[in-house]
Design a protein around this ligand. Sequence first.
Ligand SMILES: Nc1ncnc2c1ncn2[C@@H]1O[C@H](COP(=O)(O)OP(=O)(O)OP(=O)(O)O)[C@@H](O)[C@H]1O
Length: 456
Amino acid sequence: MSATILVVDDEESIRTSLAGILEDEGYKTAFAVDGVEALTVVQQEMPSLVLLDIWMPRMDGMQTLQKLKDLYPNLTVVMMSGHGTIETAVRSTKMGAYDFVEKPLSLEKVLVCVNNAISMSRLKEENTSLRSIVLKDHEMIGNSAPMKQLREHIRLAAPTNASVLITGENGTGKELVARSIHYGSQRGDKPFIEINCAAIPEELIESELFGHEKGAFTGAIAQKKGKFDLADGGTIFLDEIGDMSLKTQAKVLRILQERKFERVGGTRVVEVDVRIIAATNKVLEEEIRSGHFREDLFYRLNVVPFHVSPLRERQDDIPLLVEHFLDNFCRREGRDRKTVVPEAVELMKRYEWPGNVRELKNIIERLVIMTPGRTISAAQVPSYIGAHEGPRDGGKHGSALELSSLREAREEFEKEFIIQKLEENDWNISKTADVIELERSNLHRKIKSYGIDMKK
Ligand SMILES: Nc1ncnc2c1ncn2[C@@H]1O[C@H](COP(=O)(O)OP(=O)(O)OP(=O)(O)O)[C@@H](O)[C@H]1O
């Protein structure tokens, strides 16, 4: 679709000659004789670009520019200055005009300027739409108490520059939290650079993070920028930081303290402005005790701690997540929207989800692909998901053999732990839930499912 250009000028000869060359270039044109009329035409035509004369009766170009920028901050405007001085034109660019052309108009110069302005406005539009796709793809679903609290913490911490440490089991959504913090900050339109410290061999991680100078080691045939260079102005997400070597930890600490680093094999100090968000599924306090993690780095990172609870502690989110993933996968596969019957959702709510949201997402993807009809029944859900029902349904241990022993052990421990904490807190559910940092309804459910006798 060809872009529409609005020409705003009180001189008819200018409007006609511009219309000629712009239409020859394949643009559509619209006209207005002054600023007042321009505002109406912009509203009707939504042009991609406005060519705006500075000196006009009724409302002049500068006033019109101000109004347009207030109403449509993303609209691209090029000023045409003849009577005004260069100073006015320069002032207009400070007010948000993209550029200016001088009168008498050189049609060639006008075309170069218009083509540039249109390409820039297309890129801007593309960027906005890509951003909205990216943000949608990273939507965080869930209305349980822990998710609400998480969102609130993100809202508070995102706009600051504080370092963040996110803990939680694999697949709980730590990366999503990191992205939400980044996009909610003023760095949101700058890069978000992710690196998984566990996935990169020890000997390569330093060069990945900090880059290297030419000749730093065999194979370093040219200078290479590292992730910290690439993240300048934005955020770096150090995933699985618990797996980072002590040597690399020292370098990261220096960046946190001095905002500086050196490339591998280099002596030049590089300064960066990077916000660090780190995540781990390890208990870093234990890693510190065993000498694998620097205590000073831990305190620097842990300025704002985030914990993402495992899915089994926020079962109320499961139906919402199921719907969300069904929507996404049915759309992606071009299938009719499928539904999961309530009994199947109920089975999913009772399952432990050792792989957390990632596991649930994978199962829904598989069900969307493998189920021919529109309805996903309980029988189609993998049998191990239902295998939990027995013991939780009042201690029928007939199906306990199907459970892995680790899971049994975990349940046994969980039950004992809950009883002990309830005892310590006078069997008050709310108080106990607070102390063990579990949603009240979730604790209640566990008490019921473990058959814990509350009349003590
Ligand atoms: N609340 C949520 N809403 C929607 N999708 C989610 C949610 N939580 C996690 N996911 C999805 O589950 C998958 C795993 O999430 P993510 O990668 O953020 O987990 P993680 O904790 O960083 O995992 P790991 O520790 O293994 O790196 C992703 O595809 C993510 O989009």
